[in-house]
Design a protein around this ligand. Structure first.
Ligand code: GLN
Length: 528
């Protein structure tokens, strides 16, 4: 059985199509269906790996090493699944595949065109996971009417034509804006957006209306009438204090049963409502903890989306609320500001901007026994910090920031230079490592063998391990006994640097052990 739910968006971007899709996926999963979600981004970049996080938010890394859109993180967290390369597609990637085929002569002399060649490739990818699940939810990025998204919409139209009506359900997510002066919600943008979609040949089965105020019956009736969608299928999506409350809000409007009925499928188990209660219970807290994230993109939460989620999820499991603030690493008063926080996290990143500020924050956390978690670049900065300030390796650095440093404590190792994956030299995706017993890392993971996602070029230079360990640092996990994966500091309540990205492994009610340990240490620090 292959069923498909298509999600398109209209009026404006950032309406939360990913969250709507993931919430519907969650409801269907609670009915016992196996759900997968596939994202289609209409931009020309082959993947978001090279895109500025200011524009695109964080790059989410799948276990098989795809650098993808942050919506894949939303899918993984809502559905508690693992996504892969097949779950993320871009126009660039699709065109590249088609052009490569053309160069190979696969089209046998034909003129290669958007229709049918690009649309055929898109359709192939719509169906990529059909054998692995009961329902594929396909999210088409961008907004209806964009030039970029046209081939995707066209492919969706053809796909409808080529499949049974009862196998496809189409959802359009729009905005119903509130005009304060008139004190009125306006349906016109939704009408125009649906008209645009129908011009392309897609009639939505359901309209999800993002709104700041409740949609009354007359408004729903109006949308129904003008958009040719049954009234029950006009769904209100009110702004919500937590994205994890959205599945319940949709459930209360029968979104799941309406879809199940249209797709002509039978739930595989009794619907499990306890998930809603668990989510609400997790939001209760009786203490607060203040966490400083010292990074390059201080004013953009989306750039550290999975870290933010991980901190909140871990805090929730400890009945606490994490107040997470993003501090710019170049802020002149950084250290002064850090004094009002219970813990310091230095996230991953690329390039030299803000490095010295990050290193200074680590000195502050180390000397004052403030819990510290360094992720990827954050870990590399902590190695530089210890090298400079405890091991007396003056001017120690990563060759990413100073190629000629006398003490390259972080560098590109020779074997790293040979890694070629999707055209880059990065270590990407899951790698195993072995955690040493009697370490903080082991106490948290409670297991020797771990597997975590990577996205980096540089590594801790094994030549310096001895001297750094003599200075108080300790390598508590290695990949293949060779590449340092986790470092700790002796005589510190919580000082952990990890070469990988644990933030991609957190799920609601299943906090990642490192984040849980970090928040726990921060809470203990707050009590002092
Ligand atoms: N820039 C560093 C490297 O390439 C760290 C990357 C990261 O933090 N993801 O190794």
């Amino acid at each position: 059985m292959a069923k498909y739910i298509f999600i398109t968006g209209g009026v404006v971007s950032s309406l939360g199509k990913g969250i709507s899709g993931a919430s519907i996926g969650k409801l269907l999963q609670l009915h016992g269906f196996k759900v997968s979600m596939i994202k289609f981004d209409p931009y020309i970049n082959v993947d978001p790996g090279t895109m500025n996080p200011y524009q695109h938010g964080e790059v989410f890394v799948t276990i098989d090493g795809a650098e993808s859109d942050l919506d894949l993180g939303t899918y993984e967290r809502f559905l508690d699944i693992y996504t892969s390369k097949a779950n993320t597609n871009t126009a660039g990637d699709i065109y590249q595949t088609v052009i490569n085929m053309e160069r190979r002569g696969d089209y046998d002399g034909a003129t290669v065109q958007v229709i049918p060649h690009i649309t055929d490739e898109i359709k192939k990818r719509f169906a990529a996971l059909k054998d692995d699940c009961d329902i594929s939810i396909i999210e088409i990025g961008g907004t209806v009417g964009d030039i970029e998204s046209l081939p995707f919409m066209e492919a969706a139209r053809q796909f409808q034509l080529e499949n049974k009506k009862e196998d496809i359900f189409s959802i359009h997510v729009t905005l119903v804006p509130y005009i304060a002066g008139a004190r009125e919600l306006k349906t016109k943008p939704t009408q125009h957006s649906v008209n645009k979609l129908r011009e392309i040949g897609i009639s939505p089965d359901m309209i999800i209306c993002r709104t700041e105020h409740r949609l009354d019956e007359s408004l729903k009736r109006k949308i129904s009438l003008f958009c040719n969608v049954k009234e029950d299928y006009v769904i209100e999506a009110l702004d919500s204090p937590s994205i994890y409350y959205i599945p319940e809000a949709l459930y209360r409007q029968d979104v799941d049963s309406l879809i199940i009925e249209r797709l002509n499928i039978k739930p595989k188990k009794k619907f499990d409502e306890t998930w809603f209660a668990k989510i609400k219970a997790a939001a209760r807290f009786n203490k607060k903890v203040k966490i400083a994230v010292v990074g390059k993109y201080a004013d953009l939460k989306d750039a550290y989306k999975s870290i933010d989620e991980s901190l909140n999820i871990a805090a929730a499991e400890l009945s606490a609320k994490a107040e997470v603030h993003y501090l710019g690493a170049e802020d002149k008063n950084l250290i002064e500001k850090l004094k009002s926080y219970n813990a310091v996290l230095v996230p991953g990143g690329f390039g030299s901007r803000g490095i010295e500020g990050k290193i200074e924050s680590i000195t502050y956390a180390r000397e004052n026994k403030i819990p510290f978690l360094g992720i990827c670049l954050g870990m590399q900065c902590s190695v530089i910090e210890v090298a400079r300030n405890l091991a007396e390796l003056k001017g120690a650095n990563s060759t990413e920031f100073n190629e000629n440093t006398k003490y390259p404590v972080i560098k590109i190792l020779d074997e790293q230079k040979n890694i070629r994956y999707r055209g880059s030299t990065m270590r990407l995706g899951n790698y195993k490592s072995e955690v040493k017993k009697n370490t903080l890392a082991y106490n948290l993971y409670k297991t020797v063998e771990i597997e975590e996602r990577h996205r980096h070029r540089y590594e801790m230079n094994p030549e310096f391990i001895d001297i750094l360990e003599k200075a108080g640092l300790f390598v508590s996990a290695y990949h293949k006994g060779m590449l340092p994966e986790i470092i700790e500091m002796k005589n510190h309540p919580f000082f952990v640097g990890v070469q990988f990205h644990p933030e991609f492994g957190s799920r609601p009610m299943k906090a990642h052990p490192l984040f849980k340990g970090f928040i726990d240490a921060a809470l203990k620090n707050a009590e002092k």
